[in-house]
Ligand binder design. Structure first.
Ligand SMILES: [Zn+2]
Length: 163
């Protein structure tokens, strides 16, 4: 039986208008910024990519399948709570996380000042040391929707292993 697997996740959210007053949530942390991301849940684009990577690695589909945005239960949902449910599903099937790498794509905000807080917030939910959860960011050289500041994208890859 295969003892390790990888998974890939990708997600995009557009920025809400500033007057909507939505907080910007990234990796379970409120990030000071002039706009938040729009979405049915808290629109934590990095955690959504991470959850899709986890579900992908375990062969469990994607977050749209588990937490449909047509379900009012998930309106404004805290993505860290959804992540805990995803981790429960993986544990039930005998998987634990070895490491994860999450990349935010956008011009702003810069995540450097928040990187360690993000790792410290999410690594315990993954059951790994903060050092095994990498958080990084890139711009698209001002090209495309992320370059124009219309929204943010995120990618994630994970490695899971048999418990
Ligand atoms: Zn999303």
């Amino acid at each position: 039986m295969t003892s390790i697997r990888t998974g890939l996740g990708f997600d995009v959210h557009r920025f809400a208008a500033p007057e909507e007053g939505r907080p910007l949530m990234l990796m379970g942390c409120a990030i000071p910024h002039d706009r938040g991301l729009a979405g049915h849940s808290d629109a934590d684009v990095m955690l959504h990519a991470l959850m899709d990577a986890l579900l992908g690695a375990a062969g469990l589909g994607d977050i749209g399948l588990h937490f449909p945005d047509t379900d009012p239960t998930y309106r404004g949902a805290d993505s860290t709570v959804l992540l805990e449910r995803v981790m429960g599903d993986l544990a039930e099937r005998g998987w634990r996380v070895a490491n994860a790498d999450v990349c935010l794509i956008g011009e702003r905000p810069k995540i450097g000042p928040h990187r360690q807080r993000m790792r410290d917030r999410i690594a315990p939910l993954l059951g790994i040391h903060a050092e095994a959860l990498n958080v990084k960011a890139t711009t698209t050289e001002k090209l495309g929707f992320t370059g124009r500041g219309e929204g943010l994208a995120a990618q994630a890859v994970v490695l899971i292993e048999r418990i």
